[in-house]
Design a protein around this ligand. Structure first.
Ligand code: FAD
Length: 474
C-alpha cells in the first residue's frame, strides 16, 4: 500500500497575512526521508522527461532515502542551477508531478498522491545552501579567452551565465534595474521566494567570477554593436516579458488602477509596504479587485491582502477571472494559499468599464457575467459573455494582471533582430541563436510568458551552443 503524502509545514494562516515572511516552511530531514520512500523508483522514470531541464529525479530521491543529501544536491545541480528557487516556485503540478505514475490518468494537473518532488528538491537545495556545498566546476583554460555579455539578470540570464562560467568562460551580466534577479526579485513576493535564497545563487555566480552591471539598459546605455566592440565573443539576451497587458476598457486611466508589474515592483523591489521607512509609496485599497488568473494575479492578491492586514483594514480583496478555477493558469498551491488567506474569487466575470468618483479616482467596476463556450487556441474553453448580465462592484484599487509581453527597448533599437507577430524574438530552436550571428536568446523574450524552469532550459541550450561554437574556434 502506498503511504500518505508527507504534508509540508506552513506558517499559520492567521499569522501569515500580517507579514511578508515565507509561508512554506519546508521539509525536515525526517519528513524528506519519509516522502522519498514513497517514490516507486520506476524503471522508466517519466518524471525526468517532464522536467524542462531533465533533473535526474529518480536518482536524487534515491540519495535522500540513503540520507546522502550531498550526493542528492550534486545530482540536482548537474542539471538545475537553482534548486532552492525551483523547489519553491516551479509549477510542478503541470510538469514532473503531473508525469508521476501516482497521478491519476488523464488528470489536468498532478494528483495529491504524486510524489512531492518540488518539496524534496527544495529540501536538497536548502541543504546545499545551508552547508555551503559548492558545485564542482569544470573550468577549462581554453575557454578563458572567450567573453560573453548576458543581457538581463532573470532566471534565463543567470542560468546562462552559470553554465558558461562553470566552463571557464568570462561572463558579464548587464541589467537595466538597480537590482538583479528579474521577476524573481521584482515580481515574486518574498513570502514565496525569500531574497536570501536568490542572493545565495547570485553570490555563487559572483564567486565563479561573473561580473554584474546594474542600471545598464542595453539598447540605450550601449547597443549590441557597441558590446561586440568591447570584445565580447557572443551575447545572450534574457530580456524577459515585462510589458503589461491592459483591458483597453473605458476608465482604465483612473487613479488607483495599477498594472501588475507596477504594483508588485513597488512592493517587492522598492519595499513600498515599509513606507515611509522606504521612499516608494503604494495605495492600499479597502475594496481591492485583481483582474486575471495567473501567478501574477495570485501574487498581487496575496500582497494586497497583506497590505490591508498590516494597515488594520478589513480583508477585502477579490480576484475576478473570466473563466473558471479549472482554467486558471496559476500554480494550484498559490490558488489554495490565496483562498486560505481570505482572498475571494469571482469566476466567469469580465470587466466592462471603470467608473470614477468626483476626485477622478476609481470607485466602481462594471462587469459582465460569462459562460464557457468551445475551446480556443490555448485549448481552454472560451468565455462567452451573457447578454444583459451587467453588474457593479465597489472598487477603490484595481490591479490588472492579464498577461505580459516581451520587453521592447533593445528590440526597437536593433532592427536586425527578427521578431514574430507577438514581438518575441525568433531563434533557431536547437541553438537559440537569433537572426544576428553570435547573439543568442532565451526565456520569456523567446517563448512569451512562461515558467522559470522553461527559461532556464532555453538558457542552457544557448550556453551549450555557445560552448560548441567556442570549441570550433580553439
Ligand atoms: C508576478 C509573477 C509571478 C510568477 N510566478 C511564477 C512561478 O511561481 N513559477 C514560475 O515558474 N514562473 C513564474 N512566473 C514566470 C517567470 O517568472 C518567468 O517565466 C521568468 O522570470 C522568465 O525569466 P527571464 O529571465 O526570461 O525574464 P525576467 O525574469 O523577466 O528577467 C528579465 C530581466 O531582463 C532585464 N532587461 C530587460 N531588457 C533589458 C535591457 N534592454 N537591458 C538590460 N536588462 C534588461 C529586466 O529588467 C529583467 O531583470 C511569474 C511571473 C510573474 C510576473
Amino acid at each position: 500500500m502506498i503511504q500518505e503524502p508527507v504534508k509540508v509545514k506552513e506558517a499559520p494562516v492567521e499569522l501569515r497575512t500580517g507579514n511578508f515572511e515565507e509561508v512554506i516552511r519546508g521539509y525536515t530531514q525526517e519528513e524528506a526521508i519519509a516522502e522519498s520512500t514513497r517514490c516507486l523508483q520506476c524503471k522508466n522514470p517519466v518524471c525526468i522527461s517532464a522536467c524542462p531541464v531533465n533533473i535526474d529525479i529518480k536518482k536524487f530521491i534515491y540519495y535522500i532515502r540513503q540520507k546522502d543529501y550531498a550526493q542528492a544536491y550534486f545530482t540536482i545541480r548537474q542539471k538545475n542551477n537553482f534548486p532552492s528557487i525551483c523547489g519553491r516556485v516551479c509549477p510542478a503540478e503541470y510538469q514532473c508531478r503531473k508525469a508521476c505514475v501516482l497521478t491519476k490518468k488523464d488528470a489536468v494537473f498532478a494528483s495529491p498522491e504524486a510524489i512531492n518532488i518540488h518539496f524534496l528538491e527544495r529540501f536538497v537545495g536548502d541543504y546545499g545552501k545551508n552547508n555551503h556545498l559548492d558545485v564542482p566546476v569544470e573550468k577549462e583554460e581554453k575557454f578563458s579567452r572567450f567573453k560573453v555579455a548576458v543581457v538581463g539578470s532573470g532566471p534565463a540570464g543567470l542560468c546562462c551565465a552559470g553554465e558558461l562560467a562553470r566552463k571557464g568562460v568570462r561572463v558579464d551580466i548587464f541589467e537595466s534595474l538597480h537590482k538583479t534577479g528579474g521577476v524573481l526579485r521584482y515580481g515574486i513576493p518574498p513570502f514565496r521566494l525569500p531574497w536570501d535564497v536568490l542572493d545565495f545563487e547570485i553570490d555563487y555566480l559572483k564567486r565563479l567570477g561573473v561580473n554584474f552591471f546594474p542600471n545598464f539598459l542595453v539598447g540605450k546605455t550601449a547597443t549590441l554593436t557597441q558590446l561586440f566592440d568591447r570584445g565580447y565573443s557572443s551575447i545572450f539576451l534574457g530580456l524577459g516579458a515585462g510589458v503589461p497587458g491592459f483591458l483597453k476598457i473605458k476608465g482604465e486611466n483612473l487613479c488607483n488602477i495599477y498594472s501588475v508589474n507596477e504594483f508588485l515592483t513597488r512592493i517587492n523591489l522598492m519595499s513600498a509596504y515599509k513606507f515611509p521607512e522606504f521612499h516608494t509609496p503604494v495605495n492600499i485599497g479597502r475594496n481591492v479587485l485583481i483582474v486575471g488568473g495567473g501567478n501574477s494575479a495570485m501574487d498581487a492578491a496575496r500582497v494586497a491582502l497583506r497590505l490591508q492586514k498590516i494597515n488594520g483594514l478589513p480583508l477585502n480583496t477579490t480576484v475576478i477571472y473570466r473563466r473558471t478555477e479549472t482554467e486558471m493558469p496559476a500554480r494550484r498551491l498559490e490558488i489554495e494559499h490565496a483562498k486560505e488567506e481570505g482572498v475571494k474569487f469571482g469566476f466567469l466575470v469580465q470587466p466592462k468599464e471603470f467608473i470614477g468618483d468626483d476626485q477622478g479616482a476609481l470607485g466602481k467596476l462594471v462587469c459582465l457575467r460569462s459562460e464557457l463556450g468551445a475551446p480556443d487556441n490555448s485549448g481552454r474553453r472560451r468565455p462567452v459573455i451573457i447578454p444583459g448580465s451587467e453588474f457593479e462592484l465597489d472598487c477603490d484599487l484595481c490591479v490588472i494582471a492579464v498577461g505580459l509581453s516581451a520587453n521592447q527597448v533593445l528590440i526597437n533599437a536593433t532592427p536586425q533582430l527578427k521578431i514574430n507577430q507577438d514581438r518575441d524574438l525568433i531563434v533557431n530552436p536547437q541553438t537559440m541563436e537569433t537572426s544576428i550571428p553570435g547573439v543568442y536568446a532565451g526565456g520569456d523574450i523567446v517563448g512569451g510568458e512562461g515558467t522559470i524552469i522553461e527559461a532556464m532550459g532555453m538558457a542552457k541550450a544557448a550556453a551549450r551552443a555557445m560552448i560548441d561554437s567556442f570549441i570550433k574556434q580553439v
